[in-house]
Ligand binder design. Structure first.
Ligand code: ZN
Length: 53
């Protein structure tokens, strides 16, 4: 199940609703977060470990 996290630009609040529960303004979908290099290497290392075991 995909989570569609949205954000109110006015309140800087994350919500799943179409409208902000605080100010009622329409929320906007958040852009996918970029993976940091550290996280990518962490994943890579974990994958390697799984294969070797
Ligand atoms: Zn708001």
């Amino acid at each position: 199940m995909r989570s569609k996290i949205k954000k109110c630009r006015n309140c800087d609040l994350y919500t799943l609703k179409e409208n902000c529960p605080i100010c009622g303004a329409p929320t906007h979908q958040t852009k996918p977060a970029r993976f940091s290099p550290e996280d990518r290497y962490g994943r890579y290392r974990r994958a390697l470990r799984q294969e070797s075991e």
